[in-house]
Design a protein around this ligand. Structure first.
Ligand code: MG
Length: 378
């Protein structure tokens, strides 16, 4: 008689380490939930039982509508798996593959290796040998090294002869990291088959982007933002423009140092991030920003972009004024903006135009600045 294979997919955890608005197994990965992809990986191999948190059973019904059997999980991973195995008992299953719901990228080849190994062992599971050096550490400092010889990183699906793993779970009390641990506690031999680097377990926020890259989904995001600012002339002997002090018969009026060019660029970066404008992050009502160097604002916008995974591809700033003449200072201005943003001066442009003596800039009542910034996240 051919083997009857059941699949158990465990997704009863809350998956909170991955961040996001909901448990990781329900988050979208290229148009399907992580869990739907994990289920789909076993299509054609055997009927699938999905173990969910008791609070999420209804959601499971909506998501899988009769395509899988749903079982409520227990207090521990082992208890969850046991619940599923108990529902499968007495239906003629000879083998079972138990898989993490958060490993949506498992390949048919890997599943095939696990199933093949069950012909010669009561248990089989994929793993990768540890190639990195191993350390122990406390509070960010290395306190020792550990021998990596014979160490493996365990993956799933973990396959077992059905009656043997059911017996092992029935005899197991406690907490186990996976089913191999339960099987070993019962004395079962577990063969190691070659795992795959791509068979990642989605755990941390960055794992979604990594999974999307492995799937070949285009996750590159390109954003542009614009900024516009005006400051009026007042008494003074210099103006600050794009971080450069330019001697002039007048100054610019403003709460900070009135660096109109840097303000426009800062707003362009905030705009690309959909993060409002300078006023949102540095309220003019707050006296601590009075006379502040505008470098603080631009550096903040740049840091916020990096924090969100973006880098500045380029920025272009145009100053609109009759005087002072910008040309002699343009290269120094671009270099200063690049320094503050931690990028190369070849990515920053500063140029100027007059308005042909028309309008407020033409009448030399003030200086206007426009900026555009392009950010990319890969
Ligand atoms: Mg301003």
């Amino acid at each position: 008689m051919p083997d009857q294979i059941a699949i158990v997919i465990v997704a009863a955890g809350r998956g909170e380490r991955a961040g996001g608005p909901e448990p990781k197994q329900w988050q979208d990965l290229g148009g399907q939930s992580v869990l739907a992809r994990s289920v789909g990986a076993f299509a054609g191999i055997g009927p699938v039982t999905v173990v969910l948190h008791p609070d999420e059973m209804l959601r499971g019904v909506e998501a899988f509508a009769g395509r899988v059997t749903l079982v409520a999980g227990g207090a521990t991973r082992a208890a969850s798996v046991r619940n599923a195995l108990e529902t499968l008992e007495g239906r003629g299953y000879t083998r079972v593959l138990i898989h993490d719901g958060a490993r949506p990228l498992v390949s048919p080849a890997l599943i095939g290796r696990v199933m093949a190994a069950l012909d010669t062992a009561p248990g089989a599971a994929p793993a990768l040998s540890v190639t990195d050096a191993l350390w122990t550490g406390t509070e960010g400092h290395v306190t020792g090294t550990a021998d990596r010889t014979g160490l493996y990183r365990a993956q799933t699906p973990q396959g077992f002869h059905f009656p043997a793993i059911l017996q092992a779970h029935r005899g197991f009390a406690g907490v186990a990291a996976d089913d191999v641990e339960v099987a070993r506690a019962a004395g079962l031999d577990v063969a190691i088959v070659e795992g795959e680097e791509e068979n990642i377990k989605i755990t941390w926020p960055g794992d979604f982007a990594r999974a999307a890259r492995i799937l070949g989904l285009d996750t590159m995001e390109i954003r542009t933002g614009q900024g516009y600012d005006v400051h009026a002339f007042t008494e003074g002997d210099h103006v600050m423009l794009c971080g450069v002090k330019v001697p002039h018969g007048r100054g610019l009026l403003g709460h900070s140092d009135a660096d109109v060019g840097m303000h426009a660029l800062t707003d362009a970066i905030y705009g690309a991030l959909a993060e409002g404008d300078i006023g949102r992050h540095f309220p003019p009502s707050d006296p601590q920003w009075k006379g502040a160097p505008s470098e603080i604002f631009l550096a903040h916008a740049g840091a916020l972009a990096r924090e969100k995974g973006y880098r500045l591809m380029n920025a272009d700033v145009t100053l609109v004024c009759e005087r002072p003449k910008i040309g002699p200072h343009a290269i120094a201005m671009a270099a200063e903006l690049a320094r503050i943003l931690g990028t190369g001066p070849d990515r920053i442009s500063v140029k100027a135009t007059t308005s042909e003596r028309l309008g407020f800039t033409g009448r030399e009542e003030g200086i206007a600045a426009l900026a555009i910034a392009t950010l990319v996240r890969e």
